[in-house]
Design a protein around this ligand. Structure first.
Ligand code: PLP
Length: 370
């Protein structure tokens, strides 16, 4: 977490403790508004198109809840969409009889956009959904190419940009999406328990609203009628973790001050060095495939079980994450692996830290699990 993020949150908690929650929210109303302005500037939209959410997953399910699915409707997605998104599609399938269609991958990895476009024409899906960078590999999906087909065919398009916001400049106009979800806690270096939903003017004008719209998203105008608000606030909850929202504003501001272009040059480049060097080690299989690769480096190692291997990395003060087969049924099935370790270098990591990681993995690959 960047220092200004922590300061913004601690300051607000102290204010809440001294003058009260409602009073603090009123006192900091201008700074809270900056969350919308900063986040909108980050992804090239207006502040009115941004809704705060308690997580990217919450933003995603709130967006899905706004689509009046009927039996037989098709959701067209990819083989690399995020685990919770795939589970949500299956849940919609179980409850409403929605059909989930997965576009095939291209031989070099990543979705085959021409095949996906052909499926759009064949099925006229109620929703097209794609994850920009999946959790399970460094693949960067061509979301803007997919978006061009969606715009041409006027299809509703939802993008999960959880791993790309803060890593690359993400431009909703260029992507051509109707809805986009992200978290603040990953490459943006914001707090946990936060995320946001971008809602396009098209979607707002068409009257989409979340199924469980609350007293913040709607006005109760007569005993039997409510009126959704005009902006993306329609997708928000009345109760807000204000300290977190202020932390997110600070994170977005900080990323823009560092410069998204500079971040996008440094972060994937550092990851590419790490990936190439790991690939040279015996007993290591790097698992990232695709035309474009970002700053998630995933690999399998011979002779280790997942938890002991991660514990050995932890003991060397190297932060990492495990992914398992059930996180990525298609991708890990294709790669024939049950688990992998993920490393996500950020722009503030150094070349020396990359050396340290490579040495640690080399050392562990010799040692093998006891
Ligand atoms: C691609 C992707 N989407 C969504 C999420 C979920 O984000 P959150 O934890 O904020 O719900 C993750 C988290 O790892 C992710 O990698």
């Amino acid at each position: 977490m960047a220092a200004p993020v922590l300061t913004a949150m601690v300051d607000h908690l102290q204010l809440e403790a001294s003058i009260g929650g409602y009073e603090s929210a009123a006192a900091r109303a201008d700074q809270v508004r900056e969350f919308y302005a900063e986040t909108a500037a980050l992804i090239n939209c207006a502040p009115e198109n941004i809704a705060f959410a308690g997580s990217a997953t919450h933003a995603f399910s709130t967006a899905l809840s706004a689509i009046p699915f009927e039996a037989g409707d098709v959701i067209l997605t990819t083989r690399n969409d995020f685990i919770s998104n795939q589970i949500a599609f299956l849940s919609l399938s179980k409850r409403f009889g929605v059909r989930v269609v997965h576009a095939p991958d291209a031989p070099e990895g990543g979705v085959d956009v021409a095949a996906m476009a052909a499926l759009m024409r064949e099925h006229r899906p109620r929703l097209v959904a794609a994850t920009h960078i999946p959790t399970n590999s460094g693949l960067v999906q061509p979301v803007a190419e997919i978006g061009r087909h969606c715009r041409e065919l006027d299809l509703l398009y939802l993008v999960d940009a959880c791993q790309s916001v803060g890593q690359y400049p993400v431009d909703v106009a260029e992507i051509g999406c109707d809805l986009l979800t992200a978290t603040c806690r990953k490459f943006l270096r914001g707090p946990r328990g936060s995320g946001f939903l971008y809602v396009s003017d098209r979607v707002l004008r068409a009257g989409y609203e979340p199924l469980f719209i609350d007293m913040y998203g709607a006005r109760w105008v007569s005993p039997d009628r409510y009126q959704p608000v005009e902006t993306a606030a329609r997708f928000e909850d009345w109760e807000f973790p204000y300290a977190i929202v202020l932390g997110c504003a600070a994170a977005a501001r900080y990323a823009r001050q560092v410069g998204m272009d500079a971040i996008a040059r440094r972060t994937p480049a550092l990851a590419a060095v790490l990936r190439d060097r790991l690939a040279d080690l015996p007993g290591i299989r790097v698992l990232d495939h695709g035309r474009h690769l970002g700053a998630l480096v995933t690999f399998a190692i011979d002779g280790w079980q997942p938890e002991p291997f991660k514990a050995a990395m932890d003991a060397r003060r190297i932060n990492s994450a495990l992914s398992f087969r059930h996180f990525a049924q298609f991708d890990f099935g294709d790669k024939d692996i049950d688990w992998c370790l993920r490393l996500s270098p950020h722009y503030y990591n150094t070349e020396e830290e990359v050396d340290h990681v490579v040495e640690a993995v080399a050392d562990l690959s010799h040692t093998r699990q006891a």
